[in-house]
Design a protein around this ligand. Structure first.
Ligand SMILES: [Zn+2]
Length: 114
């Protein structure tokens, strides 16, 4: 487990890095939309506003993801990473590789979703 932890940490850090980059450029794009509005007709302005709303929503999703990544990194620091918060069993490594911010094992997660 300890050897794997470093891999997950790397994975999480690179995800964090990528998200922070996308968030920075996403915010720039949202500002650009606002500036261009003065030169647009009513319809395209509504399009632009819609686009802005969409990019705001996906930025919110990214921010949430970033919070999950930060929390997962904290769990690594506390040696709490990779264990299900519900049943305290080890989370399947394949699940963690696919979704390194998972807090629950597959069984508990699907029980919660269902
Ligand atoms: Zn569980």
């Amino acid at each position: 487990m300890a050897a794997n932890l470093n891999n997950y940490k790397k994975l999480l850090l690179s995800l964090q890095n990528k998200l922070e980059g996308v968030l920075a450029t996403g915010e720039e794009a949202a500002e650009t939309v606002e500036l261009d509005q003065t030169r647009m007709g009513r319809l395209s302005r509504m399009d632009a506003m819609q686009q802005q709303e969409m990019s705001k929503a996906s930025n919110q999703r990214r921010q949430l993801k970033l919070q999950q990544i930060t929390a997962a990194l904290k769990r690594i620091e506390n040696n709490d990473y990779g264990y299900c918060h519900e049943c305290e069993e080890e989370i399947n490594p394949k699940r963690l590789e696919h979704s390194p911010t998972s807090k629950y094992c597959i069984e508990c997660a699907s029980a919660m979703e269902g």
